[in-house]
Each structure stands twice: as C-alpha cells, then as structure tokens.
Design a binder for this molecule. Structure first.
Ligand code: ADP
Length: 402
C-alpha cells in the first residue's frame, strides 16, 4: 500500500496543533489541538473529517503525553500513527537562521543546528524541538521533516537583510533580518500568481499576512526580496499585541527613565502593545464594532494600524518597482473588508483600488477585489500553512516511501 498521508505538527510551548492530510487530494482527514499542556485543565479538541469534534479536558503533563493523546484520538478514527499509510511527519519550525533555506529531513545534525539557533528564537525553537523529539520517539522509523518559517526569506539580498549596525557585532550575535510567516508568504505569493493565470516567476507580489501576528513581504518573481519581521517576529506592522516598528531608543528610555527591566519591556512590546495596548482589544471584529459605535480610542488604534500598513505597501512598491498584485491573507486580511479598503484608499495614483462590491464578498476562495481595469490586482488569498508544510514534506519524502 502506498503511503500518502502526512501529519503536520505545530508545537508551541504549551500547545500542539495538528492536521493529518491525504496528499492524493490534499484532503484533511483530521485536525485538532492540545492546549494548556502542563496545567491541570489541559484541553484536547479533535475534529475528524466530516465534523463531529471530540473534546477532552484534564491534566496533560507534557508534550509526550500530548502527542500520545493525539495518537489515541487518531487511532479511534482508524488513522493511528502506526498506519502504513503515514508517509511522514512535517514539523513547523520557527527559526532556521541562515542555515536552513529549504525543508529538511530531520536527523541528529539537523536537531543540533535547530538547538544552536535557540539564542535567536528563545520562545519558539525549544518548543518546536520538544515536538520533534517526542514524535521521533513515537515513530523512530518514520521520515520527519522540518519546514522553517524563515526559509522563504533566505533569498533576501544583504541590503534588505542587514541592519545598519556594526558588522562585527551583528555577525558575532547573528543579528540580521530573518523574517517569519515564510510558509504563508510562499504559499500565498504562488497562489496569487495562479489566480492571475501566471507562473510565480512572472509576477511581483506584495503579500500582507494580517493575523494576530502580522507581516508584509515583497516577492519578486517568486523570491522574497524583503519582509517586515526581523531578528524576531516583533518588527514591522502593528499586530494584535506587538508594537511592530518603533525607535529602538524607546527601550533605553524605558530602562533609564521608566526604570523598567529587560523582561518587563519584552512583555510590554510583545504582549501589551499593538492593538491591545492602543485600545484594549486585539480582535479586529471587536475593534470595528467599537469604531462603528463611535469609540475614539478604537478609531485611533485602527488608524495607526492602517497607517503602518500603508507605509509598508508604499515601501515594498518602491522596492519592487513594478507590482502585479497585492494579496491580503490570514484572519484579518481574509475577513476584514474595512481593513483592505482603508489600506488601499488614496493609492489610486499607484494603480491600486478596491471595488466595494467585490471587497464585501465573503468566500474561502482566492479572489480579486480590484476593479476589472485596475493596473495592479488586489487579491484576497486564504493562506494554508498546514497544506504548504504537508506539500513540502511530501515532496521531500513521498516518492521514497512509495
Ligand atoms: P494567528 O494565526 O496569528 O493567531 P489568525 O490568522 O487566525 O491569527 O487571525 C486571527 C485574527 O483574525 C483575530 O485576532 C481577529 O482579529 C481576526 N479576524 C478573524 N475573523 C475576523 C473577521 N470576521 N473580521 C475581522 N477580523 C477577523
């Protein structure tokens, strides 16, 4: 029997998200998540194909127990991890540094390198590693592949990737722009080319990945040439809880004058800033509801969010010189018509416009929202990071295992 299934695992510090896909038709056989790992009230939610979710709450001590619980749920649907139809496990790994430019079959050397990158990704890589080690212990014989959030951005030229600081200091500490959400930017830029009926090599696209975390990228002929996130996912756009760009001296000021510690500032900028810091809400639905009710604070938060977004559209327009499409994706980008409208408003001289009726349409399909005669296409392209991870994983190992 040929092995055509791929399990995609996204292991966070206290959660594991998973999807099992059949690569013959990219269908989802099951998906789910375990959250609050290590607490008394851990929760597992498992949804098989066709619906009918099963939920379970109780203590799940660690990632090992979490993955075993997931394996049990999959087995109940006849999709156990011991199935000969399972071709591989694909792991999302946040930071691949400069080393990993492509999805990579995991061995001891790869694990050691992901570990070596922990100083530049202290929040993410340890959790990713735990997930990989647990999955390898469960199925040591199965190929496992790391798909890196940074990989798509490794094509950036030095002029975009280097910060203008002392070169020796930067290199000693591996300080540079790495960028994140790369799996999404890769998937969406290719899907946008397809929507235009062109090959990725024939189009220049600005991708706006607007979820709780948010990032922009400039993609020339299928290759990333700039992106808004940097050494960490804190730089760039205004996000749900992260500040994005600001004068780095704000940090010294808060230390010297505000007497705040490094950890306090880290928490402030990563968890208490962005939309939630500006208006107390980080969900764009709630912010829009408040704006519509005349709430001034929510309006200011929205305006700051849009102002930053516009600056990146302008910057990447200039970086690319010629732009074929702008693609909105992720939770906000796919769903919030007012964000798309406001981001493009006033940019008609750049050939950018949104058709109100098309922008109002709700759909899960990639679609154009610009007027038919627009010089630059504006598109809404739902992202699918799990499918992209599964596709890359299967491309690497699928043939060998068949
Ligand atoms: P992440 O993967 O970064 O956690 P998502 O891409 O799932 O985030 O995006 C989540 C965000 O999308 C929510 O915080 C919310 O702001 C926004 N969102 C989701 N649905 C809608 C909607 N219908 N209208 C406006 N915003 C939405």
């Amino acid at each position: 029997m040929s092995a055509t299934r791929v399990l995609v695992l996204n292991s966070g510090s206290s959660s594991v998200k998973y999807q099992l896909l059949d690569m013959r038709d990219s269908s989802r056989l099951a998906m789910g998540l375990v959250e609050r790992i290590g607490e008394q009230s851990s929760r597992l939610k498992h949804t098989p194909q066709g619906g009918g979710s099963r939920e379970w709450t109780g203590p799940i001590a660690d990632h090992d127990a979490a993955l075993k619980a997931v394996a049990e749920e999959l087995a109940k649907d006849g999709l156990g991890l011991d199935s000969p139809e399972l071709a591989a496990i694909g792991h999302r790994v946040v930071h691949g540094g400069k080393t990993f430019t492509e999805p990579t079959v995991i061995d001891e050397a790869v694990l050691a390198e992901i570990e070596r990158l922990i100083p530049v990704a202290p929040l993410h890589n340890p959790a990713n590693l735990t997930g990989i080690r647990t999955a390898r212990a469960l199925r040591p014989d199965l190929p496992q592949v790391a798909v890196f959030d940074t990989a798509f951005h490794t094509t950036m030229p030095e002029s975009a990737a280097r910060y203008a600081i002392d070169v020796e200091t930067a290199d000693a500490h591996r300080v540079r722009r790495y960028g994140f959400h790369g799996t999404s930017h890769a998937y969406v830029s290719r899907a946008t080319a397809k929507l235009l009926g062109k090959a990725p090599e024939d189009v220049n696209v600005i991708v706006l990945h607007l979820g709780n975390g948010a990032s922009a990228s400039a993609v020339r002929a299928g290759r990333c040439v700039d992106t808004s996130m940097g050494l960490t996912p804190l730089e760039g756009l205004v996000m749900g809880t992260r500040s994005g760009d600001m004068d780095p001296a704000v940090i010294f000021h808060l230390m010297r004058v505000g007497k705040m510690s490094t950890d306090e500032i880290d928490t402030l900028l990563n968890k208490k800033s962005g939309l939630i810091g500006l208006c107390g809400d980080n969900d764009m639905r709630e912010i829009r509801r408040r704006v519509d009710e005349g709430d001034e604070q929510a309006k200011l938060a929205f305006d700051i969010y849009i102002h930053r977004l516009k600056k990146y559209i302008g910057a990447y327009y200039a970086v690319l010189g010629q732009v074929d499409a702008i693609a909105f994706t992720a939770g906000v980008g796919e769903n919030a018509a007012p964000v798309r409208e406001a981001a493009v408003a006033g940019l008609e001289p750049l050939g950018l416009a949104v058709d109100d009726a098309l922008n109002a349409v709700r759909s899960d399909e990639p679609r154009l929202i610009s007027p038919a005669d627009a010089r630059v296409a504006v598109a809404v392209v739902p992202t699918d990071e799990e499918l992209e991870i599964a596709t890359q994983t299967y491309a690497l190992v699928g043939e060998e295992s068949n």
